[in-house]
Write a new protein. Structure first.
Length: 439
């Protein structure tokens, strides 16, 4: 049966006001990581009101809404936690009350990424209204927790604990009107340096851990900034774009972008301000491109000249995450978030591309205010990281991204999202699951 794209667009447009009201309701509940209870209950109530076939909260606090009764699952994911607001003085209006105009909705979480949840919930509702839940499938809309703290941990719980394994997943993270087929991975590295304290009046009696760390900091900077010529002692991360150093993955690396590393935190221990520091530690934010693994990234730090120089006084490790969710549940995991990428012709990517083309054409669309940043290919990639690091990066479940809002609004003060995007995304989700060719 041919899809009636006009009817899908009309249905999405008819729910514009409802989606906007739902998004504003979600924004009104502050929901930083591990504090998502109120917004989860808000979403649960909306799903129940709209007639989802089954609505449940799992042990971690993720909200799951089901439509249909097939054996196979297509999931639409959106995280329901947000970052904090930072300096309140940077916000022009109350970040949790905000306002709306004919084009935008203002408030923390609008783009990152409760807007995606609004489109997903109403997309599933339209599928039921129009009889467009594909035969043999059920649709799962997931509002996931703790993504801002530990992206993908929620899906480790869903996959490993709840044994839910979709055929493919649409991520509703903001994509600026684009369809995204991958992004770089990341990991959180810690470097600890040991020294020996002594009285600051005679520093030669001790072994200053901060001075040792200074050498390591310089090498970490070089790892990020250097080129990869043969004569370069510390070859920079740009080397992974070169077939010589990354023969199997350099093309994907060039699409995703080179890896990076930067020091994000620094700590010390010392008996007093009048003593030599006996310990110093740093956190390294490491972004990984195709062909890099957590082992290779740790080894890269361990092989830095300064790290080797100080031998057993240096420890390089990966952070782990174990914060309790809002339900009190703990799912401990290492802070490793793998790179993932799909070919442009992958069936699930093409399902969204064909849906978008049939509904809105082969160029990005959006509110006039959004369009200056949307002069880019329709099929592209994210700059930041998403839950897809687990869904596809760990478990190999194909992912594709299409969500309302803009990456540039994520974590920024005066966050906004666009009403047109809510409508467009809901419509594309309906068409895409019906155009998917399956495995």
């Amino acid at each position: 049966m041919a899809l009636d794209y006009g009817k899908i667009k009309e249905a999405a447009e008819n729910y514009r006001a409802d989606m906007c009201a739902f998004l504003r309701a979600m924004i009104s509940h502050p929901s930083e990581s591990c504090e998502e209870k109120e917004v989860a209950l808000c979403i649960k109530a909306e799903m129940e009101k709209l007639g989802f076939d089954k609505v449940e909260l799992d042990g971690l606090g993720n909200i799951l809404g089901w439509m249909g009764d097939g054996e196979k699952i297509i999931a639409i994911d959106g995280h329901i936690d947000t970052v904090g607001i930072g300096n309140r003085d940077n916000w022009e209006k109350d970040p949790y009350e905000g306002y709306e105009t004919d084009e935008i909705i203002y408030g923390r979480g609008g783009s990152d990424q409760e807007g995606g949840v609004a489109s997903a919930v109403y997309g599933a509702k339209i599928m039921k209204d129009l009889g467009l839940i594909p035969e043999g499938y059920k649709i799962l809309v997931v509002g996931t927790v703790q993504e801002e703290d530990c992206d993908g941990m929620c899906w480790q719980y869903i996959y490993n604990k709840s044994n839910i394994k979709p055929e493919f997943v649409i991520s509703t993270e903001p994509t600026d009107g684009g369809i995204y087929r991958g992004h770089r991975g990341r990991m959180e590295i810690r470097v600890d340096v040991r020294g020996v304290s002594c009285h600051g009046s005679a520093p030669e009696r001790g072994d200053n851990a901060i001075f040792k760390m200074a050498d390591i900091l310089a090498d970490v900077r070089a790892l990020n900034n250097n080129g990869c010529d043969e004569s370069t002692a510390i070859k920079g991360l740009v080397k992974m774009l070169d077939p010589k150093y990354n023969p199997d993955h350099y093309e994907d690396a060039r699409f995703l972008g080179r890896g990076t590393c930067t020091v994000s935190e620094i700590f010390y221990t010392s008996p007093s301000r009048c003593a030599v520091a006996d310990g110093c530690s740093i956190s390294v934010d490491r972004r990984m491109t195709a062909g890099e693994t957590w082992e290779s990234c740790l080894d890269e730090i361990r092989d830095l000249p300064s790290v080797k120089k100080y031998g057993d006084d240096v420890k390089v490790s990966m952070y782990s995450y174990d914060r309790p969710s809002w339900t009190g549940e703990v799912y401990e995991t290492e802070c490793y978030f793998p790179t993932w990428i799909n070919k442009e012709d992958a069936p699930h990517v093409q399902a969204l591309a064909e849906a978008h083309k049939a509904l809105y054409g082969d160029k990005r669309v959006g509110s006039p205010a959004a369009m200056p940043l949307r002069n880019r290919p329709l099929i592209d990639k994210w700059t930041f990281s998403t839950n897809c690091v687990s869904i596809q990066g760990r478990f190999g479940i194909p992912c594709v991204g299409f969500g309302p809002g803009a990456e540039s609004q994520a974590h920024a003060p005066n966050e906004i999202t666009y009403k047109d995007d809510l409508v467009h995304c809901a419509a594309v989700y309906v068409a895409a699951v019906n155009l998917y060719k399956g495995k």
